[in-house]
Design a binder for this molecule. Sequence first.
Ligand code: NIG
Ligand code: FE
Length: 411
Amino acid sequence: MQTLIINIKELLQVRDNPIDKVSGAEMAILPKIDNAFLLIEDNLIADFGSMANCPTIKADQTIDATGKTVLPTWCDSHTHIVYAGNRIQEFVDRINGLSYEEIANRGGGILNSAKKLNETNEEDIYNQSKVRLEEIMQQGTGAVEIKSGYGLTVDGELKMLRVIRKLAANYPIKIKATFLGAHAFPTEYKENHAAYIDLIINEMLPKISEGKLADYIDTFLETGYFSVQETEKIMEAGKKYGLIPKIHVNQFTAINGIKACVKYEALSVDHLEIVTDEDIEDLKGSKTMPVALPSCSYFISIPYTPARKMMAAGLPLALATDYNPGTTPSGNMNFVVATACIKMKMTPEEAINAATINGAYAMGISQTHGSITKGKSANIIITKPLTTYYEMAYSFTSNLIETVFIEGKAI
Ligand code: NIG
Ligand code: FE
């Protein structure tokens, strides 16, 4: 099956030679071809270039993209899409003056979602989660990482990871699974952290590994949650099962967690609303991708990741949604890109690089996703007619997507 897209006004993120990520000043460069064509064969990108070199073939399907922009689908490397119910009451409580911390201390927050998750059967959780997955695909996401972490029991964590696996089997979108048993301490372990960490290491991890249910391991490394030492213990245990760390860190406080994550060769460190000069030094020269989650900053009114400072230090940066019921009930990567431009002062080029190739890196899939490169998955967004792709950040509430292709098929 061949699909030929012709007369593309702007074809973005074209990379002849595969790259795994872009860092520092390179992030400002988004290679593009004006008046371009793109050829899809089955599920892969077969060819692309200027219309002057468009092949004269009789494709099964030809799409005229006059006036439109084509770019790779978004790579959302940090979500908690699998959950039960919602936390609308906490949202209203926050409007009325309570902080995220105060709500968590009253038994709300993550523990509230864990209670709902454990009371909901697997099929129901799957049905609730697939609606979110279908929604983000329509919004242009073609690859996504999904975490467990609302079970906090052996059964609950396994149930979540099985739902993630079933979503991956039933939908064309690329899905990576992360085990986040260390998301919060259940109430009964509040005074006995060691016992919960034992449960994670000695009961959850062996079962997850046996069922091949996760690609990565995560902890919420934060004051009041998992300490640096506790996180190191969990990263160490995960590595024995081949699970590479992707860690929640520096959301509310900087406690030298990034140094530990880099030491354990984490694939990514995510949140980074509070970043010190020392954290930036620790990331320099590492293979760890910093990931910013601007929709979370927006929704719970906390600082935005200091993107300009980090890029000026030569670091790469990825953007993701953090879609979850507590701090970010939104999986819209278009909003993430626009908000990164508006609030973090990233240029559209930097934001699109961060939401495509660098997001792919933060999921370990930059060899197959994140750019328009021959042989990569045919995951593309065709926009409505645009003045320029800058409109994607400028018209920040308009739906500018016309068609999304995932694995070569329009969804
Ligand atoms: O990434 N910070 C930790 N975890 C989630 C929020 C979890 C929740 O409140 O349900 C986050 O923001
Ligand atoms: Fe998160």
